[in-house]
Structures are given as C-alpha cells and as structure tokens.
Design a protein around this ligand. Structure first.
Ligand code: AMP
Ligand code: ZN
Ligand code: ZN
Length: 407
C-alpha cells in the first residue's frame, strides 16, 4: 500500500513538475541596453560595425520617439513603465513639489531613491510580481529604497565606473545558477551624452563616444557567445533621446519679460513658471506677446500632444524653447553665458534631433527587419509580451503599435 502511494506521489510530482520546468526553461532572456543621448542618425555614420550587424540581421527602427521633455530620467522611466512623465511622475530631471517645496534632483541620491516620486510600475517590478528574477546595472530609477520596487540585483550609480565592468557585470548575472539567474537585465552607458553636451553632436569627440559604445556591443555579444547564451538572449539597444547643437547666441532671459515675482524652475529647453496668485493670465499674456524662439502654454492650453499637464507638480505656465535655444533667468544667465555647452536635449519630442535609436536582435525578433519610427512608451508592453507576463492596465503604451517587430 505504502509502495503504491509512493509511486502515485512520484508520478503526480513528475507530471506537474516537468511541464513547469520546461516552461521555465523556455522563458527567454532579455537585455535592455540604453546608450544615453545616442541620436537616431549616429548609426548611419559608418563607424559602428557591431551595431551595423544588428541593423542587417535584426530589427532596426528609423528612430525611437522620446516622451516630452526629452531628458534622461523622464525617458528612462517612460521606457521602463510604459507611461508618459505626467503619469509616472518623473516630470523632469530636477523638479519641485510646489505644495511641500521638496525637490527631486538626479544629483541627489536621497531623492532619486525615494519611492514617493515614482508613480509608475517599472517593468522589473511587473516581472518580479509574476515570478521572474530581474537585474539592473545603472538604469535610472532602479535603486529605490523600497525593495519591492527594485530588481533582485542592482548596482548603485557611479558615473565613472568603467563601461567594460558594467558589461561584465551584466553577463556575470547570466552565468548564475539557473534558479538565481535574472531573465531581464536593464543597463545604461552615458558616453554619448557626456560628449554630446560638451562638444556637440557633430564633433569628433561624439564620434569617438559612438565607437566606444559600439565596441561595448561587440564585447557584450562575444561575452554572450562565451557563456553559451547567445541563442537564448534577446538584446534591445535603444536610447532615451537625441542631442542638438546649442550656442551662446541663442539664449533668452525669460525674467526680462516677466519680472522677478514668479517662481521659475528649469534652465535650458524647458522652463516652468508659477506666477503669484491671480497673476497667471497676466504673466502668460506677457510671454505670449513676446513669443519669439519659444512657445508658451498654460497647463490648460498645452496641446494634448505633449502629454504634459496632468501631474500636480507641473507649474501653471510651461515655456518650451525652439530647437537650439536656451531659456535662462537672472540667476542662471551668467553661468550659462560662461559655461554654455555645445549640445543639449529636452526639446519637443518630434524634433528630429531629439529622436533616439531602437535596434533589437534575438530569437523573438524578426530577422533583417527595417521599420519606421517607434515610440518609447511602447517598449514596456513589448517586454511584457516577450516574457509572457501581464502588463499593468494603466499604461500609455500599446503593444499593437510595436508588436509587429516580433516573429
Ligand atoms: P541629462 O541631464 O538628461 O543629460 O542627464 C544625464 C545624466 O544623468 C548623466 O550625466 C548622469 O550623470 C546622470 N545619471 C544617469 N543615470 C543615473 C543614475 N542612475 N543616478 C544618478 N544619476 C544618473
Ligand atoms: Zn539622457
Ligand atoms: Zn544629456
């Protein structure tokens, strides 16, 4: 009797366990690699042999449309949550809660890791809730102090860390024992952003940065091959936004137009203004009458296309500079005049220079498939489909707009 029971129990266990194990084995691996400010056309410069290979063998989009404002933290959150900044809450790299006066700043590790600012669910959290281990090596916003809102494995950001160390860290996670191994890894490299700001998108220094990042792609694929993971890993290479030339000749001091009574936040392509109570119409009219090389909107009349009105921390007036122009106030003017860089981003998401790249290769992707512009809000539902998990229902992204790149 006992023997029969044991045999029965064993049969049942095998029956249930094998399919689960097989299903788990079949779950693909995905690496999401972001090159900060890698403009859509950098892959057309004839200096990227490794990316050219993906262009030829995998999926290559004409460009990747960022969310507005085309800045680093808003867009990395958009990519990883499938939401516009007005919904995921990171509305700029630096911004203020006007009700409490608390500040979010990407250079402040306390605010960057404080979960209260982050209203969207990052893809790694969607995965972990559904039983999939994840990792992030430097993805902006992946170090939240709440362990349920970050990947199983993550690294604290260090701007100067060697890029090869980063890629080695990524592939080391893929060599972990099967039960500990993450199926999704997000990672980030900033060389093209640094050089783009400092020397401009058309400089030899940016070309060198492009080549450095391209070599990292070669290194990543060689490492995957050595780890015997090449056939089972999908790699998506994208960027958060592009870069355009700016200059000292294209600077507008907004305070000269509106006076010094209003609260002004932001220097560069986008500025937010909170006039004193009852003064919104007056300040808006002043800016509208002088509207030259910028566009001014109120929260109420900003075109829906910007998707930039619903979050409560967006001020009453939003000023968006024309491409290449820089908005300053009295306090920032001197330093901008002195240290103005050669490149910047943050402008309108459809301005061609703000567009990024999207390349993908691996078993789930079509082969040698060229497509038009994709939207970065759609990457999150794409990732959900690849890993076979259910996306959050409150996202802005749509799988139907991007799903055709899969086999
Ligand atoms: P942006 O001003 O939009 O060009 O921001 C780019 C900067 O974001 C980079 O130069 C990095 O210093 C910074 N950055 C990127 N990732 C992180 C991170 N995880 N934590 C803090 N800062 C970061
Ligand atoms: Zn960026
Ligand atoms: Zn930048």
């Amino acid at each position: 009797m006992k023997k029969n029971f044991l045999f029965f129990a064993l049969t049942i266990s095998i029956y249930f366990l094998i399919p689960i194990a097989l299903r788990a084995q079949a779950k693909p691996y995905v690496i999401l690699l972001s090159f900060d400010a890698f403009r859509w056309d950098y892959v057309n410069r004839g200096i990227t042999p490794n990316l050219d290979k993906i262009k030829a063998d995998g999926v290559w989009a004409l460009s990747l449309r960022p969310a507005f404002p085309s800045k680093t933290f808003p867009n990395h959150q958009t990519i990883i949550t499938g939401m516009y900044p007005e919904h995921h809450g990171i509305i700029h790299n630096d911004f203020t809660n006007p009700f409490t006066k608390e500040k979010y700043k990407i250079s402040d590790s306390v605010s960057v890791t404080d979960p209260k600012w982050y209203l969207g669910e990052a893809f790694w959290q969607t995965c972990e809730r559904q039983g999939i281990k994840t990792a992030s090596y430097f993805w902006p916003g992946s170090e939240l102090s709440d362990s349920t809102r970050r990947p199983t494995y993550y690294e604290h950001y260090e701007h100067k860390r060697n890029y090869y160390t980063i890629i080695k860290g990524v592939t080391a996670w893929l060599k972990l024992p099967y039960k500990d191994r993450p199926h999704f890894i997000a990672t980030y490299v900033h060389e093209t952003d640094d050089m783009g700001h400092r020397y401009g998108p058309n400089s030899p220094e940016v070309n060198r940065a492009i080549q450095i990042e391209d070599s990292l792609v070669g290194f990543l694929f060689n490492s995957l091959k050595q780890a015997n993971m090449l056939d089972s890993t999908n790699v998506i290479i994208l960027s958060d936004h592009g870069m355009t030339e700016v200059s000292k000749e294209k600077i507008i001091n907004i305070e000269e137009t509106i006076g010094s009574e209003s609260k002004i936040d932001g220097v560069g392509p986008v500025m937010m203004i909170e006039p004193k109570t009852g003064k919104i119409a007056e300040i808006y009219d002043k800016l509208k009458r002088n509207e030259d090389h910028y566009k001014v909107y109120t929260r109420d009349n900003i075109p829906e296309y910007y998707e930039f009105s619903e979050h409560p921390f967006i001020y009453s007036i939003i000023v968006i500079a024309d491409p290449g122009w820089t908005l300053v106030d009295n306090s920032s003017k001197a330093s901008v005049m002195k240290y103005q860089q050669a490149g910047n981003h943050g402008y309108d998401k459809d301005f061609i220079d703000m567009q990024g790249i999207f390349l993908a290769t691996g078993p789930v992707f079509k082969k040698a498939y060229r497509t038009g512009t994709l939207w970065n809000i759609d990457v999150y539902p794409l990732l959900c489909k690849i890993l076979g998990i259910i996306p959050r229902s409150n996202i802005d992204g749509k799988f139907e707009r991007i799903g055709f790149i899969l086999k």
